[in-house]
Write a protein that binds this ligand. Structure first.
Ligand SMILES: *[C@@H]1O[C@H](CO)[C@@H](O)[C@H](O)[C@H]1NC(C)=O
Ligand SMILES: *[C@@H]1O[C@H](CO)[C@@H](O)[C@H](O)[C@H]1NC(C)=O
Ligand SMILES: *[C@@H]1O[C@H](CO)[C@@H](O)[C@H](O)[C@H]1NC(C)=O
Ligand SMILES: *[C@@H]1O[C@H](CO)[C@@H](O)[C@H](O)[C@H]1NC(C)=O
Length: 185
């Protein structure tokens, strides 16, 4: 008898619990005002296609004749971010994501970049910002859009001014200087 009661109450408990998992939930409130902050970052990105341990690899290209960077070529990246422009400079993070060659004009190489720039040391260790922007090969200084972030950079938006610090036209290896301005909370 007692067992039945325990079983029955267990069933009622489970039945009472079960619908919670399937419940649609929504709430809209006015959040308290927050103080916006601005952070500036300066570093170098190393996009290395050559050698035994490249940081950028082609993952797809269209079946048409043309160079390996012609329209439609897609690359995956895990590019180190460093303090200085030298390949041996201290690593402070990495940019992981993709870029795709996006211009049909062969004279105007452009890559649209989709990458998460994460920091692995210092104040912003564990935080990252998300960049989503086109990056043309000219002018020398380009502006890229930053559309979000994680950790200290949650809800960030901002922009980056970048310039090639080194480019090997044979290999495609590039070292790029970044001046980033982030608005976040
Ligand atoms: C690439 O295109 C050529 C010419 O259209 C075709 O013969 C070949 O089968 C294609 N290769 C692949 C992998 O689709
Ligand atoms: C960065 O954070 C990770 C994870 O919390 C930690 O293991 C690592 O030691 C930190 N690195 C530095 C340089 O602070
Ligand atoms: C980044 O900022 C530094 C310091 O203001 C400046 O010397 C450098 O030219 C800037 N680089 C870019 C790509 O904006
Ligand atoms: C570019 O890469 C090629 C092939 O590795 C190398 O022979 C050449 O010296 C490099 N040029 C520069 C400026 O680093």
């Amino acid at each position: 008898m007692e067992k039945h009661i325990i079983f029955a109450s267990a069933m009622i408990f489970l039945l009472a619990m079960a619908p919670v998992y399937g419940q649609y939930y929504s709430e809209t409130i006015t959040p308290p005002p927050r103080q916006e902050r601005m952070t500036r970052l300066h570093f170098f990105l190393h996009d290395i296609l050559s050698g035994q341990n490249p940081s950028a690899v082609m993952i797809s290209r269209p079946n048409i004749t043309g160079s390996s960077i012609s329209f439609g070529s897609l690359f995956a990246i895990d590019d180190p971010l460093t303090v200085g422009p030298e390949p041996t400079s201290e690593i402070i993070g990495n940019a992981q994501g993709m870029y795709v060659s996006s211009s049909r004009d062969p004279a105007m190489f452009t890559a649209v970049m989709y990458a998460d720039f994460a920091f692995t040391s210092g104040r912003f260790n564990g935080s990252s910002f998300s960049l989503f922007s086109r990056n043309p090969s000219s002018p020398p200084v380009r502006e890229l859009a930053i559309v979000g972030g994680r950790g200290a950079f949650r809800m960030a938006s901002g922009f980056a001014f970048i310039r090639n610090s080194f480019l090997n036209l044979t290999t495609g290896d590039t070292i790029v200087e970044f001046n980033v301005t982030l608005y976040h909370y």
